[in-house]
Design a protein around this ligand. Sequence first.
Ligand SMILES: Cc1cc2nc3c(=O)[nH]c(=O)nc-3n(C[C@H](O)[C@H](O)[C@H](O)COP(=O)(O)OP(=O)(O)OC[C@H]3O[C@@H](n4cnc5c(N)ncnc54)[C@H](O)[C@@H]3O)c2cc1C
Length: 452
Amino acid sequence: MLNFDTLVIGGGLAGYCAAIKSAQQGLKTALISQGEGSLHFASGSIDVLAKHPTTFENVRFPLSAIEELPADHPHPYRKIGALETQASLDWFNGLMADQGIHFHQLDALENHWRITPFGTLKATWLSQVFCALLDDKPCDYERVIIVGVDGFRDFQPAVTAENIAKLPQFAGIAVKQAMVVLPETKANDGLRAKRAIDYARALREPLMYNAMRDQLMRIATPRDLVIMPSVFGNGDGQEYMARLQRDTHLQFHEVPTMPPSLLGIRIADALHRAFVEAGGTLLKGDAVTRAQMAKQETVDGQSQWVIERVHTRKMADLPLSAKHIILASGSFFSHGLVATADTILEPVFGLDVDAPAKRDDWYADRFLDAHPYIRSGVITDDNFAPSIQGTTVSNLSCIGGVLAGFDPVKEGSGGGISIATGFAAAHWHARALRAENATIGTQQQLDNEAVA
Ligand SMILES: Cc1cc2nc3c(=O)[nH]c(=O)nc-3n(C[C@H](O)[C@H](O)[C@H](O)COP(=O)(O)OP(=O)(O)OC[C@H]3O[C@@H](n4cnc5c(N)ncnc54)[C@H](O)[C@@H]3O)c2cc1C
């Protein structure tokens, strides 16, 4: 059996944040993940809270809105509180900067508007540095130039231009479209109908990069805002954008493309590097399938479940155990939650789930309304400990998209909740372990002693 202080199940934003924070605190930490998380599909901006969880009114200051959530609200942010949420976001921002991924935001911890690939605005909190930060005031660019790349179908400048022209922030500013044509070479086999990642690969070639750079300099001036799809780098795209800016002196706004989204992949790669640097053990491409549990009695006579070991798909004969297990398996998108004909369930441990009783109640009538099934997820106490048929699982915490009580789509809160719950679960657990370890020592210490 492989033993750890902390075992994190799921390698999305939440799982990586928990695993890195845990490893940074000196705990012997493993992360097991069956696939990539939703970061590979994300915009690369971190949404903390764009709309109020109950009224869905626009939120300007997310931390103030979190502070005002009623004491009985099931929302994960209410359980963490505004101060720790802020600490987690500051930690994440610093972690990313250490890995060369730089973010910026408006002053006073305010939400800003991010321009989407469709030329609409979306409220978010932290954006990568080559993403323009808009507020409600008019912009002072001379022109907005929407630049497509010939043959690249995942970004349509005409759609972006039409919508941008309607935004009050760009009133009176000329909105133009342009197309960069990259040379077709044998090596890139022509770039038609390929994805952003294929362009990123091709643009590593000096011939391609120079063609892009030279055409951009003919198309735009430093007084314009150049909006273009994110097609540089695979993980290292900010380095290419910085170079492009140095070479051209242009102001850029990168927009995410259809998946894979290079802006999201940058974050995923940086998290991966940070976890390895922190000394964590990565078990990629494997899934936890089931657990062995025991029922125990607490000192005050209550029953609780304790997970003794978990089994994975590929290591059938080698179960894993940990003092603290963190479930970060995501929502429906990553199969952390599964919908059958009439129920919604958590498939690994069979945890108690909050979901509408009847399938008819899963959906709202209108497509853009808040669909009740999206708020479904694992029920936890205020320390993120779940239960099975009402009995707490004492050494398991649930974080991120698998949790109940929030609507990441309607609220615009997915990234922030993953960071805050991941950070809090690892932080709170390390604090508890430190107290306990005054007598028994961490798994790392026990291993070191055994080796010595
Ligand atoms: C398409 C899309 C785009 C989004 N865009 C944004 C955005 O731009 N900004 C923003 O702030 N938020 C965005 N979000 C929301 C946000 O990304 C998610 O809410 C958040 O990242 C969820 O993170 P997570 O780690 O909980 O889950 P996920 O990212 O879904 O990761 C779950 C991980 O668990 C693994 N897993 C599942 N079951 C098992 C198992 N049994 N064993 C081992 N591994 C398992 C999966 O393979 C996956 O790696 C987006 C969400 C989606 C779906």
